[in-house]
Design a protein around this ligand. Structure first.
Ligand SMILES: Cc1ncc(COP(=O)(O)O)c(C=O)c1O
Length: 393
């Protein structure tokens, strides 16, 4: 096979997606009007698939903080923290995050993807064992894979399956790492962390939880699913991203283990990439402050989440297992989901298309993410347009 022949499969997928009208991977937002509205192909469109859970992308204080940082510190850092030095704000954000999670140590990465790669490749080495939820995000999987550790996948959110794997590991279970998300990003279901923690403690394993989609969304203080389930102290490593509820870009790991500070010396995704620009760090710090100071944002988010979930349900759509700001509508076959997603876009609703192999089972879904910035009217309109499209398909 010639080197470039391997693209044949991607080319076939591209043609298939284009045949539906719009290629979901190529949607261009001509103009962003607000956290919940944009102009797509000349049409005013409700953004219902952007993970902008708290609507922070247009928060005036975050914008001001970002502008001030650009004016006073410049547009970029022009290199990695290891080689070019950290700006004071990077260290300050690490302290902010550690304080927020009530642990002593924090480390900031340039993306959420890099946070997972960087943390997992530092924690795991060939010969180690890692137990990974079957639906875990690609960045968690890639980090485990890159580390060279032995990966054992357990069935999604199935503690029976996790325990079987722990038992099979025998002595190795004492030194293994369990990896899970808080809120799962496709189906909008939460990990049973109380039961996972009980197993981790029984077998002496360590636990890493990715709260990418749950930060700012779950828990009284907005720390995530571990906080909501009362098990924060039993989590060894929290990872997360600035690109969702914090409305910026970047990632982090926080922990009560002092070894997190040593990750800086050995983690290639930390060492060999440029650090986040001053404006990103400044807007993220402000956003984290807002997240804590304005719990009402979470209340609005949850009201919108309940309305969307129940609205879909009462109109006969099959939705995920629990109410959350991620609402997945199951459409079964790809041949239904693809035109459905296209008609939604043409009618002014932007959502996320999930088709195999990118969906967790062999079914296709349209995924919506709700924001505190959505108005009740916008939520009603999303449901209305889903119903109209259902009639047309
Ligand atoms: C669970 C999870 N972890 C990590 C990431 C990566 O974060 P980022 O896009 O900020 O790099 C994502 C992104 O979608 C995610 O869903």
């Amino acid at each position: 096979m010639a080197l470039l022949d391997k693209f044949a499969a991607a080319d076939a997928l591209k043609s298939q997606l284009e045949a539906g009208g719009h290629d979901p991977t190529q949607v261009v937002m001509d103009r962003i009007i607000s956290p919940t509205e944009g102009i797509v192909e000349g049409r005013q469109t409700i953004l219902a698939g952007t993970n902008n859970y708290l609507g922070m992308t247009f928060d005036p204080a975050c914008i001001e903080a970002g502008k001030h940082a650009i004016e006073t510190q410049g547009t970029g850092t022009t290199g990695s923290r290891m080689a070019n030095g950290s700006f004071a704000a990077h260290a300050a954000l690490e302290r902010d995050l550690a304080d927020f999670f009530q642990v002593p140590y924090g480390l900031v990465f340039s993306t959420g993807y890099a946070a997972n790669l960087g943390t997992l490749t530092a924690l795991l080495k060939p010969g180690d064992a890692v137990l990974l939820d079957a639906d875990a995000h690609a960045s968690l999987y890639d980090g485990c894979q890159m580390s060279g550790a032995d990966i054992f996948r357990f069935r999604h959110n199935d503690t029976g399956s996790l325990e079987k794997r722990l038992q099979r590991l025998g002595e190795r279970a004492r030194d293994c790492l369990i990896v899970t998300e808080g809120l799962y990003s496709v189906m909008g279901d939460c990990a049973p962390l109380v039961d996972i923690v009980a197993l981790k403690n029984r077998y002496g394993a360590l636990l890493l939880v990715d709260e990418a989609h749950s930060l700012g969304v779950y828990g009284d203080r907005g720390c995530g699913v571990a906080e909501a389930q009362g098990v924060m102290q039993d989590v060894d490593f929290f990872v997360g991203t600035f690109s969702k509820s914090l409305g910026a870009m970047g990632g982090f790991c926080v922990s009560h283990h002092p070894e997190l500070n040593l990750v800086r010396y050995v983690s290639r995704p930390f060492i060999f990439t440029a650090s986040s620009s001053p404006s990103i760090i400044a807007s993220t710090r402000e956003s984290l402050r807002q997240l804590q100071a304005r719990p009402e944002l979470r209340e609005t988010l949850w009201r919108n989440a309940r309305n969307l979930y129940r609205g879909f349900q009462s109109n006969g759509f099959e939705v995920g297992p629990e109410i959350s700001p991620v609402v997945a509508v199951r459409l079964g076959k790809k041949e239904v989901a693809l035109p459905f997603w296209n008609r939604l876009l043409e009618n002014g609703v932007y959502t996320n298309l999930m088709i195999p192999p990118a969906s967790p089972d062999q079914h296709s879904y349209i995924r919506c993410s709700v924001s505190a910035a959505h108005s009740e009217k916008q939520v009603e309109r999303i449901i209305e347009i889903f119903c109209q499209v259902k009639e047309q398909i």
